[in-house]
Design a protein around this ligand. Structure first.
Ligand code: HEC
Length: 189
């Protein structure tokens, strides 16, 4: 009799333990912590409040006046004087190779062709919808210096938006090579 009673209790306890571990509402909950030693790590979770900072914001902003490694600040103001100076002073720091030209062409196909057209004539499908189509690289823009191209890609001009957030500086310089090819002043393929 006592044996039965005891085994009844044992199975009840087992059932409680088994069912306790499933059916919890929070899928991340570990269930009952029988020995919680070291269960909870004191580490700070990403994107959560960080008590080490006075404002408790975990994702810190870069310190004012600092730049990312390898980043070259663009020293020209977004005005006419900056545009003219960039055109006069900037030289393409990316040496032209076949690979660079190929990358330039690929980037052009992703970011520019819909407005400027495959040959840079300003006849891409989006250009037709713009109030003013982009001028042809090999026409009005034939003598546009590299620095001005880079400046325009960086800040935007008229109906063309800035591409600084989509393209790294290196990618913009590779595009300059490709635009010059479309200006017919570069003959590398
Ligand atoms: C939304 C359409 C659009 C896209 C996308 C676009 N452009 Fe333009 N682009 C224009 C228009 C319009 C102009 C003429 C701007 C003006 O002179 O007012 C222009 C002008 C230019 C010029 C001449 C700049 C100057 O200083 O006169 C260059 C070079 C150029 N684009 C290159 C590019 C490259 C490279 C890309 C791709 C990264 C690109 N554009 C993407 C519409 C576009």
């Amino acid at each position: 009799m006592i044996k039965r009673f005891l085994s009844g209790i044992v199975s009840l306890v087992t059932l409680v333990i088994v069912f306790d571990s499933c059916g919890k509402k929070d899928p991340n909950s570990p269930g009952i912590e029988y020995m919680p030693d070291m269960y909870r790590s004191p580490s700070v979770e990403v994107y959560n409040a960080n008590p080490l900072y006075l404002d408790s914001i975990g994702s810190r902003k870069p310190v004012a006046g600092t730049i990312p490694r390898g980043f070259m600040p663009f020293a020209y103001a977004n005005d006419t004087a900056g545009y003219t100076a960039a055109g006069r002073e900037l030289k393409n720091p990316v040496p032209l190779t076949d690979d660079v030209m190929k990358e330039g062409e690929e980037l052009y196909g992703k970011f520019c062709v819909h407005c400027h057209g495959t040959q840079g004539m300003g006849d891409g499908p989006v250009a037709a919808k713009l109030p003013g189509a982009p001028p042809a690289y090999s026409g009005t823009l034939k003598n546009l210096p590299a620095g001005k191209m880079f400046f325009t890609m960086t800040y935007g001009k008229g109906l063309m938006g800035s591409h600084a957030s989509q393209l790294t500086q290196e990618e913009r310089w590779k595009l300059v090579h490709y635009v010059q090819k479309l200006q017919h002043i570069k003959d590398k393929s």
